[in-house]
Design a binder for this molecule. Structure first.
Ligand code: HEM
Length: 180
């Protein structure tokens, strides 16, 4: 059991590093790099970057959920039959952590949808090469969408960092419960 749970916690840490690290890299390295590039190339490169990045995001989130379920099971079994004041706060913090993880997943879906809309608008622009008004309307729409995507990415990184904080709090509360 000791070896299994250590292995699962290791996988959980690998998932956390890949998810939060990937989001930080996307926000602070890939996005600024793309924004300084010729707009004609930007769309294609952004698509390639998200083709590589999205599997990392979803696979690490799935890994975190699966391994997290094992870890919480192990923790709750250890805390069974204990009636300490901290026990409630352990469960509350765990639920808070879970809601942050849910929010990260939902924002991930929203970001992917908005990025698709930006790509759709670029394709539409290429199809209506003659209509200058439509092209500029689409350009404004893309600009607004990019702004929203960038805000949501910021929010997701902040949530990811909060989840790490919650993990640290959970670990301390668990330590207090076990050592009592
Ligand atoms: C964004 C997603 C997540 C991140 C970044 C994250 C990160 C972490 C980290 C860094 C730890 C400390 C690992 C250790 O010391 O072994 C941890 C522990 C833990 N995680 Fe997660 N996690 C995430 C999602 C989840 C999910 C979805 C669950 C539950 C289904 C979960 C349940 C747990 C539990 C129960 C612990 C042990 C806390 C304790 O020490 O008592 N995590 N998490």
């Amino acid at each position: 059991m000791f070896v299994t749970i250590t292995f699962i916690r290791w996988l959980h840490l690998v998932g956390a590093a890949a998810l939060v690290g990937g989001m930080v890299l996307q926000l602070f390295v890939v996005s600024p790099l793309l924004s300084g590039i010729d707009p004609a190339l930007r769309g294609k490169l952004a698509k390639k970057a998200s083709d590589y990045y999205l599997p990392v995001f979803w696979v690490s989130l799935a890994l975190l959920i699966i391994t997290g379920a094992f870890v919480i099971f192990d923790r709750l079994v250890s805390l069974e039959n204990m009636v300490f004041p901290y026990k409630n706060s352990y469960e509350t913090f765990w639920l808070l952590k879970l809601s942050f993880v849910g929010a990260i997943g939902l924002l991930g879906i929203l970001i992917a949808r908005l990025s698709n809309e930006i790509r759709g608008a670029s394709k539409e622009q290429m199809a209506v090469t003659e209509d200058v008004t439509k092209i500029s309307l689409l350009e404004n729409r893309k600009h607004r969408l990019r702004h929203v995507v960038s805000l949501l990415r910021n929010l997701n990184v902040v949530l990811g960092i909060f989840v790490l904080l919650w993990a640290a709090v959970l670990q301390n509360i668990f330590g207090l419960l076990i050592l009592r």
